[in-house]
Design a protein around this ligand. Sequence first.
Ligand code: DC
Length: 227
Amino acid sequence: MNARKLIIAIDGPAGAGKSTVASRLARKLGYINIETGAMYRALALKAVEEDVDFESESALVALAERSHITLEPTTEGNRVLLDGLEVTQRVRERDVTEAASKVSVHPRVRAWMVARQRQMGKDGGVVMEGRDIGTKVFPEADVKIFLDAAPEVRGDRRFRQQSTTGNTKPAAVVAEMRARDQRDRTRPNSPLVPAEGADILDSTDLNIEQVMERVEALIAAKQVASS
Ligand code: DC
């Protein structure tokens, strides 16, 4: 295998399987995995705690500037620290999930995040996942994958994963997810779209092993092409 340390970008909507693929891939390649969504979630949590208006871009940027958000890559995903306190579970809860979707529409909040994400991935050896990694954070990434799946399948996966969402009905999870997706896909700044040159992978009818096989084949093909 090529020894050069790649930058691998994985984008796509919630529930497409990005985090699972990114952490497995990182483990396999000996890379770190960065879940950029957790950074937006950590800032959203701080906004919830400090009662900052999700509509106020300047207040959110000021909040970000006095926040210490750290992602610690582990084999099971990212440990999330906010101002030194572990918030890994807390940021997955329903109120923070909703807030993160609102906080992340603001261009200056995004610019603040993107600058940090570029710093975290600049040396390569990274699998970075989110919504704008291939379009904005690392348009020059060695491998760009857009992982998608049908909304019902994504909602169902989320429902199974999250006993902490506060929802009891899968239909409610799907409805909330669709609303957040719509916000991600239609925001003027960095909407969720496949990056130029991205390989689109639909995981609707695939299990995780099959997704991994395809992802690894894509990476191998890029490595052959660039060697
Ligand atoms: O991937 P996730 O569900 O943890 O992301 C949380 C929110 O942050 C989601 O509403 C989309 C947003 N996000 C984003 O706008 N850009 C990213 N690179 C990652 C996440």
